[in-house]
Design a protein around this ligand. Structure first.
Ligand code: NI
Length: 255
């Protein structure tokens, strides 16, 4: 079930039986010479939308702009600064928690988002902790490549040239979902350099075409299908564990 294609009455009825929701979250940023700018929000969206068809999962609209200051040296990158991003996550959370969601699962597609998302979670929890109250909801962050079974498959599919940005894994997932958007562009070297991340101009100087350690030409539609299938299975399992194990209800009247 997709929130965007639901009415408020349908969401209201669903809340009576399930208070869990998945929020795909990512970034709109350069992904090398062959990667789509939307790669980091498309991947979690593709996986979450497929999972919603395979299982009874509600998916929120995709939070498609993240913390990508280091990619701002490349046209097409749109970034929030960490403080803006964290504030926006707080407002999304407040909106979802306010209407009754109590298991809010962020499926993330951009490594640069993770610190800010975790900091945003801590800010939200701190409001309750300093007040001596339990939060009436639980929050979870999972990167799609950390879903059960996904990284093992990626290593198997791409034993060399996987890298950490504009990876063949993420490119393959977008190819599988949007085959009409596959780009064919020559690039060199075949495997991009590795290195640290600082500011945007430093990034562009170190990584001239935007890739880090990757050879995205290894991506194929078929490998993308395998990765999507593994990620969908992993998401259904991981969300199920989160919903079943988490217990936000206070055990006594201390609340
Ligand atoms: Ni990416």
């Amino acid at each position: 079930m997709l929130m965007a294609f639901s009415t408020w009455q349908e969401i209201d009825a669903r809340l009576a039986r399930s208070r869990a929701i998945v929020v795909p979250i990512g970034s709109n940023e350069q992904h090398g010479p062959t990667g789509l700018l939307g790669t980091d929000w498309l991947c979690p969206e593709i996986i979450a939308h497929r999972a919603s068809k395979a299982s009874d999962i509600l998916v929120a609209p995709t939070f498609n702009i993240g913390m990508a200051q280091h990619h701002l040296g490349f046209p097409g990158t749109i970034s929030l600064r960490p403080s803006t991003f964290q504030a926006a996550i707080g407002d999304w959370m407040g909106s979802l928690a306010g209407c009754g969601f109590d298991r809010i699962y962020f499926l993330n597609g951009h490594g640069g988002n993770t610190n800010s998302i975790e900091a945003a979670f801590s800010e939200i929890y701190a409001k309750f902790s300093f007040g001596g109250h339990r939060a009436p909801f639980l929050l979870k962050l999972r990167n799609w490549w950390d879903l059960p079974g996904v990284m093992a498959l990626a290593k198997n599919l791409f034993p060399t040239g996987h890298g950490s940005h504009a990876t063949p894994s993420e490119i393959a997932i977008t190819q599988a979902a949007y085959p009409e958007m596959v780009k064919s562009v020559a690039y060199a070297p075949q495997i991009a350099p590795e290195g640290p991340i600082y500011d945007a101009l430093d990034f562009r100087a170190r990584f001239p075409d935007g890739r880090i350690g990757s050879d995205p030409g290894l991506a194929t539609l078929e490998k993308g299908c395998q990765l999507i299938d593994a990620a969908v299975r992993g998401l259904v399992e991981d969300l199920g564990t989160f919903v079943a194990e988490a217990s936000p209800r206070p055990p006594s009247s201390v609340d």
